[in-house]
Design a binder for this molecule. Sequence first.
Ligand code: GDP
Ligand code: MG
Length: 167
Amino acid sequence: RSGFVALIGRPNVGKSTLLNQLIGRKIAIMSDKPQTTRTRILGVLNRPGAQLVFVDTPGIHKPQHLLGEHMVQIARRTLQEVEAVCWLVEAPDREPGPGDRFIAEQLAGLKTPRVLVVNKIDQVAPGEVPAIAARFAELGTFAAVHPVSALHGVGVAELVGTLEGLL
Ligand code: GDP
Ligand code: MG
């Protein structure tokens, strides 16, 4: 099994950190340079029997008024063409903010399966995690919701298992 996974989420939620956990700093193909291409490959995770290709989606993270219609269309097409969307939010926010809601709008109406990743759970009390995850889960319909700490590698193996199942 092989497929593309769009890795999305507003700036600083931990996308690069998660990629480093998933793939390792040395192998990941990462660049913060602005690019106008439809997708950028961030990294490839090879697993026994599965290959996950993580891609960025230019246009998905920026407020729409800053983007041309062309970029919005490109982002939409990318989100339609990937096998899964992996959407990061961060637990210390405790509830969705404007940046998260902007992304929810971009995803509205798309059929692509999506997984919600509630990152940075090391920064909140363990007892708070279920309620925080439930609040973020109201942003949409998700195949799964995974609380993780990308920094410490907590919950990442379970996330990979879910993503493999969506390919
Ligand atoms: P990106 O903009 O979405 O790529 O976010 P980064 O991966 O660059 O992370 C932004 C900041 O959040 C960095 O300082 C990371 O070290 C920090 N960070 C990412 N994941 C975690 C986490 O699980 N726990 C904590 N405590 N910090 C994290
Ligand atoms: Mg980054």
